[in-house]
Design a protein around this ligand. Sequence first.
Ligand SMILES: CC/C=C\CCC/C=C/C(=O)SCCNC(=O)CCNC(=O)[C@H](O)C(C)(C)COP(=O)(O)OP(=O)(O)OC[C@H]1O[C@@H](n2cnc3c(N)ncnc32)[C@H](O)[C@@H]1OP(=O)(O)O
Length: 280
Amino acid sequence: MAQDLVDGLLIKARSHLPPPSEPLGKLSKRDRKGVAVIKLKNPPVNSLSLEVLTEFVISLEKLENDKTFRGVIVTSDCPGIFSAGLDLTEMCGKSQAHYAEFWRAVQELWLRLYLSNLVLIAAINGVSPAGGCLISLTCDYRVLADNPKYNIGLNETLLGVVAPSWFKDTLVNTVGHRTAERALQLGLLFPPAEALRVGMVDQVVPEDQVHSTALSVMAQWLAVPDHARQLTKSLMRKPTADRLVKQRDADIQYFLQFVSRDSIQKSLRMYLDKLRQKKG
Ligand SMILES: CC/C=C\CCC/C=C/C(=O)SCCNC(=O)CCNC(=O)[C@H](O)C(C)(C)COP(=O)(O)OP(=O)(O)OC[C@H]1O[C@@H](n2cnc3c(N)ncnc32)[C@H](O)[C@@H]1OP(=O)(O)O
């Protein structure tokens, strides 16, 4: 990957073109060296379609394999929306083969992000439910913009579905068991101050400072020798990831059975209809 891609690597639904470089705040060039920015761009709501999931994995793999990169800032190009989570249309009215391919892609992205050797900082510049929250939870540090509309959490139960065990594990590892249990059962979406209080995010800053704060935090994490930090990250995270790795196929089968149920299809359709009717 060319060195001049360092400033930006855009994930679009239908284009692989890299964007023009964007300003990276106040840090010196030296501090910025080796830091890529992945901006999710799948308007209108950055839903995680099969295509986006696949491109995300490919982008991460390229960055992992390119030794000029040591850190990635994950953020959004859609105003006010970090990600609306998994694309609900991928889970409604499709074939079993499609559900299996989709779920494997969700697993793959989670594994890549959760075990990444790179330092991952989430610059959360919008609302972040369910799968959107999960992406941020896989990062090493989360900076959330201070806007009362920017709720974050795993709200799956409100859709009538269940967050898989590895979504649950990721949350438990971040906020602890009791907070996770309450948040998961109630499908809580936390506004910024609450998200900070429960440890769902590490910092809440004014909206125009999200990116520069993410860069400052990145500089701190990159000051640690890579090998020691990477081994420590693996020590902390591998047992959780291994639980999924050991039963990936069974997890896919469970998803297939679950999502194919008439009652679940009905719940997902009703939820989508509600979203669509919201406009009036
Ligand atoms: C065994 C395990 C089984 C199952 C596990 C499943 C785990 C699931 C994980 C998930 O991530 S499920 C997705 C959960 N996401 C949500 O609940 C968020 C839903 N969306 C919203 O709340 C809002 O859209 C918003 C993100 C707050 C943005 O609001 P805004 O008013 O700006 O946009 P609007 O609601 O009008 O949406 C525009 C457009 O986008 C469609 N949409 C929204 N979210 C999704 C989505 N996740 N997937 C697909 N499509 C989505 C919405 O319907 C509108 O479409 P339209 O233009 O055709 O009307």
